[in-house]
Design a protein around this ligand. Structure first.
Ligand code: PMP
Length: 292
């Protein structure tokens, strides 16, 4: 469970203690879930792939007809200020922008609303080493979400219910199936390995283009691993030698049981081990300030 350890949070240009950060109950984020967000890990105070996260934020805002209230430089300054006393361990930064508060409650919105801009930093625990060693279990569930999953919207009720069902089943994640294809997890992207070849679904409206996923793709390509961007059928998922989930908080998590059956040999596989080593190396370089 995350707890906010920083003195201050960022709200609409001010830095103030969490207890003093207040917004209107008419905020459309509160009333309609009308807003977008990002979660950005910070390793030893260095933000992980900041530019990629901020570009995705711009794309999410564009898709909901909003403009970014801050430039990328302003975001960088604001987020680094939240992290300035928090470099002793790994943190994550959460930021969200909502359409702001209107006079009343109407689904349609007036053009001139002032967005509500919020960010906070909190300690991020490293992915559980034992879980990584053992691998997690996942279940498949029908994707009950809407059709604009490429937007990182704060409207997360579908994801919340799916993830909760996975937890209730003792699984770490639900892998979501739509029309016979696996697109992503409820809070993560998916990769499968079959006969040494890595596959992840291509970008589409039906999945979030994960920043962690994009780094894994980059690392695989730079290191001559066999990788294709292609749809994954439910059957291909069930026949995979390896399944992994990626996200800012999970990093690259091997899934060794799917729907109570072992995945491949039921232990994490050699392709995962290779990517895990490359990913760890990247993180160490980031901590040392050698990569952005
Ligand atoms: N898909 C969904 C639905 C997610 O919620 C997330 C993480 N929030 C991801 C994929 C992974 O994205 P990232 O690697 O940028 O954390």
């Amino acid at each position: 469970m995350m707890s906010i350890a920083t003195d201050d949070v960022y709200l609409n240009g001010d830095y103030l203690p969490l207890s003093q950060a207040k917004i209107s109950v008419l905020d459309r984020g509160f009333l309609f879930g009308d807003g977008v967000y990002e979660v950005i890990p910070a390793y030893a105070g260095r933000l992980f792939r900041l530019e990629q996260h901020l570009s995705r934020l711009d794309r999410s805002l564009d898709a909901i007809l909003m403009q970014n209230p801050l430039s990328h430089d302003e975001w960088e300054r604001a987020l680094n200020r939240l992290l300035q006393n928090n470099q002793d361990q790994d943190y994550a930064v959460y930021l969200q922008i909502t359409r702001g508060a209107a006079q009343g409650r109407d689904h349609s919105f007036p053009p001139d609303l002032k967005p509500t801009t919020f960010a906070m930093a909190y300690p991020a625990s490293q992915p559980d080493a034992e879980l990584i060693a053992r691998g997690g279990s996942a279940i498949t569930l029908p994707d009950i979400r809407w059709h604009l999953c490429h937007i990182k919207a704060i409207t997360l009720l579908g994801n919340v219910l799916l993830r909760q069902q996975a937890f209730a089943d003792g699984a770490v994640e639900a892998i979501l199936i739509r029309d016979g294809y696996a697109y992503e997890g409820s809070t993560s992207n998916i990769f499968v390995v079959r006969d040494g070849r890595l596959t992840t679904p291509p970008d589409s409206d039906l999945l979030l283009p994960g920043v962690t996923r994009d780094l894994v793709i980059e690392l695989a390509e730079a290191n001559n691993l066999s990788l294709i961007l292609a749809p994954i059928t439910e059957r291909e998922l069930s026949m995979a030698d390896e399944i992994w989930l990626t996200s800012s908080t999970k990093e690259v998590l091997p899934i060794t049981r799917l729907n109570d059956e072992p995945v491949g040999a039921g232990v994490h596989g050699p392709v995962w081990q290779r990517i895990q080593d490359l990913f760890r190396h990247y993180k160490e370089q980031l901590r040392a300030g050698q990569v952005a």
